[in-house]
Design a protein around this ligand. Sequence first.
Ligand SMILES: [Zn+2]
Length: 127
Amino acid sequence: MAQKRDYKKKMELNKLQKSEMGIVSDRFPSVSNMVIYMTYFHEAENPILMERTINIFPTSIADFNMACMIRGCDKGGFNLAPVISKLVKERKKSAKGDMTCKGKIENHSSRHAHISYRISINFRKKH
Ligand SMILES: [Zn+2]
């Protein structure tokens, strides 16, 4: 029971943190839209865990910290925020790369999960 309550508390905290992040148009006013393509890999015979495309609009929550999909991973995830901040600052339209989850997980190696990502940004026209 206690575990369930902790989970609920955690979810509420997450919600609060998300609302404090603000929306994309506040954080990146020059962005008109953005697409993030991600492929999740894990340590297995079939390494591709899933593929995901996320469309970001000016009204979206500016949350670019993607959760690790491996059950039991503690404090893991893939934070694309620094990558996106840099792209927007330099007004670059796209980038790609890889990121390894730094979360801790029992009975798994430190290389339990990684992603490859591609980000594509459309900027508003300058006035
Ligand atoms: Zn992880």
